[in-house]
Design a protein around this ligand. Structure first.
Ligand code: GRF
Length: 189
């Protein structure tokens, strides 16, 4: 039995898929969605699906225990990052060892690390003339995009692809595999 908190900074299409997927699961459930952006669309999605939300700013996140208090109150044991752009602070890494999962829209270890997020990833893949890209679902440790890989799936990069074309192909892979990879990992714990 796991209680999941999702962290997201943007649209939240992955968050929505995960919430819907686990709403049909008797053993695991999404208890809250947390965001660093007050106008992130993920907050609308969460509210529409009756999932409580919390918005925090940089000071709250890095210098106070407020986020931890919310997670403890909801008895959260797993954090899922779904398009969350801030570095996870040490107090969360320490509290949730091997319990923080992230998705990256490329085949790590390539195209990861600082500054590699959103459309920049797809632009770099196309610029380098790669023939394939994909998704990586991995655990988070002290360094961005460096934790143990749980799952990867590939897709082609087509000759005339724009970054937007590639992003949309990759989003489809994410929606298809992220929820079930989370579930498989939780069941292996
Ligand atoms: C996804 O492509 C994810 O891999 C990346 O940010 C994007 C978030 O998309 N880390 P959405 O907000 O879930 O639609």
């Amino acid at each position: 039995m796991s209680n999941i908190a999702i962290f997201a900074s943007g649209s939240g299409s992955n968050a929505e898929q995960i919430i819907r997927y686990f709403s049909r699961d008797a053993n695991h459930s999404v208890k809250c969605v947390l965001s660093n952006k007050a106008d992130a669309y993920v907050l609308e999605r969460a509210k529409n699906l009756s999932v409580p939300v919390m918005v925090f700013n940089r000071n709250t996140f890095y210098n106070t225990r407020q986020v931890l208090d919310v997670l403890n109150e909801a008895a959260i044991d797993v954090l899922v990052l779904a398009g969350f752009l801030w570095l996870v602070p040490d107090y969360l890494l320490i509290t949730f060892p091997r319990r923080i999962i992230n998705i990256h829209p490329a085949l790590l270890p390539d195209f990861g690390g600082k500054g590699m997020y959103g459309m920049r990833v797809h632009e770099a893949v196309i610029r380098e003339g790669r023939k394939k890209s994909g998704i990586t679902i991995h655990l988070i440790d002290e360094e961005y995009d460096r934790g143990k890989i749980l799952f990867q799936a590939e897709c082609p990069v087509l000759p005339n692809d724009t970054p937007e074309d590639l992003a949309s192909r990759i989003h489809q892979l994410e929606h298809r595999y992220y929820p079930e990879t989370i579930k498989n990992y939780l069941q292996s714990l």
